[in-house]
Design a protein around this ligand. Structure first.
Ligand SMILES: [Fe+2]
Ligand SMILES: [Fe+2]
Length: 278
């Protein structure tokens, strides 16, 4: 089965700074004739607060053709500890436009699980519900191999690294999730958020960062972080006995830098210092 993973499109009708990259990304995806498309979040510029962004992006997803499964990002549903905390209203708004924020999709030989990474360390009741659902989904996978898709990577360089702040899942939920990864021999964890491309195998699990379809981030915000800085997608071939991963650099996307427009797209909240916009 051919799957294309895309991520971090940051689309909005009201803030159309990155919309020019949508048509070439969509057309490339369609040309690959995938069986399934998975979007790992930050689909919107600000779906967390602007419902128009969610409806605009739902319409863009419908243009792709094959089924699109989406795992939400921080700009879609909010983020714990930010000026857009996880609250029921944001989660419900997402679900109205995109369906469940976590999902299970079985294909021959594989169980694909989409997670709402923004719930981790949120303390919202939906976090415990998703945790229980995930354990059950893992326990009932049978002989299928397992792949996870979620917005945040579990870690940057090593599972035991300290809190990375904005960039990854927090250490406490990370520990619980990595216990599941090891116990059930998860084959693939596909993430987004970093706007960088990376492919790492550790203890038999393949950790892949999907490049963004919108913009890259200047060195001032991402010094000494692994991965390659380009725009593109990930091509996956999954069969019962096979996992092929290709990071795809799409030169037809314009190399846009968030640094040039961050004051317009993500103006600093009155209550906070400027933070990275990924
Ligand atoms: Fe993000
Ligand atoms: Fe992003």
């Amino acid at each position: 089965m051919r799957i294309i993973q895309i991520s971090d499109t940051h689309l909005s009708a009201g803030k159309p700074h990155f919309v020019r990259n949508w048509a070439p990304l969509r057309d490339w995806v369609a040309g690959q004739r995938p069986d399934l498309v998975i979007h790992t979040g930050d689909m919107t510029v600000n779906g967390a607060d602007q419902e128009d962004d969610l409806s605009f992006c739902a319409a863009r997803c419908a243009e792709i053709g094959p089924r699109v499964l989406v795992a939400p990002g921080n700009h879609d549903v909010g983020q714990p500890g930010s000026h857009q905390p996880i609250v029921a209203e944001r989660l419900q708004r997402w679900q109205q436009h995109f369906g469940p924020d976590h999902w299970l999709h079985d294909i021959p030989g594989w169980r694909l699980l989409g997670l709402n990474a923004m719930l981790f360390a949120s303390g919202h009741p939906a976090e415990a519900e998703q945790d229980a659902w995930l354990v059950h989904a893992m326990q009932t996978a049978g002989q299928r191999r397992i792949a996870w898709f979620m917005h945040l990577p579990l870690f940057l360089e090593h599972p035991d690294e300290p809190d990375t702040g904005y960039w990854t899942v927090k250490p406490e939920p990370r520990r619980r999730l990595l216990d599941l990864v090891r116990r059930h021999e998860v084959a693939l964890v596909g993430a987004g958020h970093l706007h960088k491309a990376h492919d790492l195998v550790m203890d038999g699990t393949r950790y892949v960062w999907c490049p963004a379809g919108s913009f890259v981030v200047g060195p001032g915000m991402q010094e000494e972080m692994p991965g390659e800085k380009f725009l593109g997608a990930v091509s996956l071939e999954l069969a019962p006995d096979r996992l092929d991963v290709s990071l795809v650099h799409l030169s037809q996307l314009a190399v846009l830098w968030i640094d040039d427009v961050v004051h317009e797209v993500y103006p600093k909240p009155a209550s906070q210092a400027q933070r990275p916009p990924n």
